[in-house]
Design a binder for this molecule. Sequence first.
Ligand code: HEM
Ligand SMILES: [Ca+2]
Length: 690
Amino acid sequence: MTLSADNKEHWKLLHHIRLIEAESGKEGLVSTLKELVIQATQDKEDGDGKKKLSSVKPPPVYSSQPTGLAWKAQALVKDLEQMFGITPQRTNSIKEVLSLPFSQQKVLMGALVERLLTGKGAPINDRSGTLEATLGILDFLGPEKKDLVKETFDPLIEYYYSSIKKPYTNYVGHSFRTADGSYNSINFPDVGKAGNNYVRVVNSFAAANEQLPPPHLVFERLLKRPENHFTPHKNGINMLLFYLAILVTHDLFYTDPKNPRRNLTSSYLDLTDQESVRQMKNGLLKNDQWFDKRLVIQPPGVGALLILFNRNHNYIARQLLDFNENGRFTYGQGELLATEEEQDEELFQTARLVNNACFANIITHEYLRTIFGAQQESDFLFNPLAKHSSPVYGNEVSVEFNIIYRWHSAIGQQDEDWLTAVMSVLGAAFTDTKRRQHASMSTPPKQKNSDHSATGTDQSLFDSFIEPFNEHFSKATKAELEKGLPLAGAHRDLNTGLFDDADLVKLLKRGYNQVASEIGNGLNVPASLEHIEIAGIKQARALRCCYFNEFRKFMDLMPLKTFEDFSEKVEVQNALRDLYGTPDKVELYAGVMVERTLQIGLRLPYTMTRGVLSDAINLLQNDRILNQEMSPNTLTNWGYEFSQGDPEHFNRVLPRMINIHFGGAGSRDNPIFTPDQLKNLFVAPQANNA
Ligand code: HEM
Ligand SMILES: [Ca+2]
């Protein structure tokens, strides 16, 4: 009998053999295997007349298709198995394999082992008999075949070993976040912890610029928005998006007023610092309260948005206890939780993670989509968490990202006016603060990367602002202030401490209706931020940040060669020339702010975009909790389901949160946001209709 291309089975086999031969470079395989097939066919015809080659079943359809050599080997081995009947029962066929020259045995065994290992991305069918076949063959090998055993088994040992990743990244009992962000990485528990120094990502090796321009000139000539020169955002992005951005940046950056190298908050998107506003009962937070006093001078819509998360936490905690899945929140004798305190802790931590999952949902479904210019109701989803990673190192924010995340140029007209008013009241206190801060920059750098002596976050600086601020802007009564920090334009119920839903919605709407400013090209930062920006420039210098072009090179971007490449505004090009002389001497702070912008979505300057995306992906993928604990197992079935968003809104959770938590402000006939508005919350309505 000869192999014939007319016979479907033969043809298929020959085809596989040729492919394997071509890819493996093992010449002579075809002829040897041909002989084998002939023998096998005769064997079948002789020994078992009913079973003709043509009656051999075609290879099964694999539910998932591995690619490349692995797939071909898989198909080949399947065919060979069926023809030879290589099973532990068919020892004759195995002997035939062993009678092959050594080089061909290796190829055949290699194909079998490869078949065992073709799980990359596609699940392995462990019922295929391949393991039995391989072991069946090895069973026959005497000591003279030990090389073949080794070649067959080495990859298997390596394979079995490597399916459990080292170092271990998760321990039982570490499902919850710690208050200060430590132990996010089990292996490097200090990484990303509140109180650490900023990381330096880009080392500078260029000569220092000994003629740095005075910071006030950098602000004046490159950053400051000239009076009455507001440029509305060309894609109509509204301030609500930037309120969300402010929550993100406040969660990641909180420079110690006494030490510009140090970050007082954790480097994870974990809605940090909630411990101090806990009720310490039933896992609840105090009504409409938050910890971070820095938010008081922000546009009040930022506080309203944060309250949305506070209310979300309490809603989640109540639901968790209500459902009490598998009795996991019951306490008492014979229960998992012994005391009411343990119940509070378990509920608090679980609710915190569900809330955190909602925050992550909003980052991927609203924030990143907007940055990229996709509609929120869209199939496009840029989700760095989609494939669960096994983060070893954790995340630590850097001085570079602190700079490229300062989007003060985006501030809209209404919020600019608000800030001008705030600064005119608090200005003196603020400037004074900054002066003290600068004095501390001249102290010699600490060698250690964190200061463990600090306990908690010192907010005393902001305490002095609260009273004059309240007097001028929120006008909360003493009784109201006892219920929590003030918010301009909103009042608390004296019994519950809750703000009025309608007040909060008004504040959110102020952001929703307000078009932001263009961000890049320079000359867009409101004048009232002068002191804040100057402090930022000085901080970047004190921390010896790299040059703008060094940062670009680090990010694999072409350095800019001319000042025309920087900004489209001629006055900015000229100012850069006057202040820095040559493009390579432009400092990172100024460079990222004045650069030309992408045309889509948020229209961020190019280098900022590149940096922010690298940062965001590292932030999300290096967070153990976001990668490994966002499951029904940790969040409960209900909690997980809730955090996955509303299928009717492309799995966004934000519309549901607004309707549940600010529900008192709307009705069926007069919803808080119309269905159309809900589809795109981050484009101002006037721009949306344009
Ligand atoms: C809308 C009104 C805003 C106000 C009133 C405001 C105010 C401030 C103030 C006062 C500081 C200095 C804090 C200090 O040095 O102690 C600051 C820093 C900062 N701002 Fe803003 N900001 C606003 C918007 C934004 C936006 C939209 C972003 C970007 C998403 C942003 C990102 C940052 C960052 C990253 C810092 C550095 C934080 C640190 O190092 O602690 N800000 N801002
Ligand atoms: Ca944080």
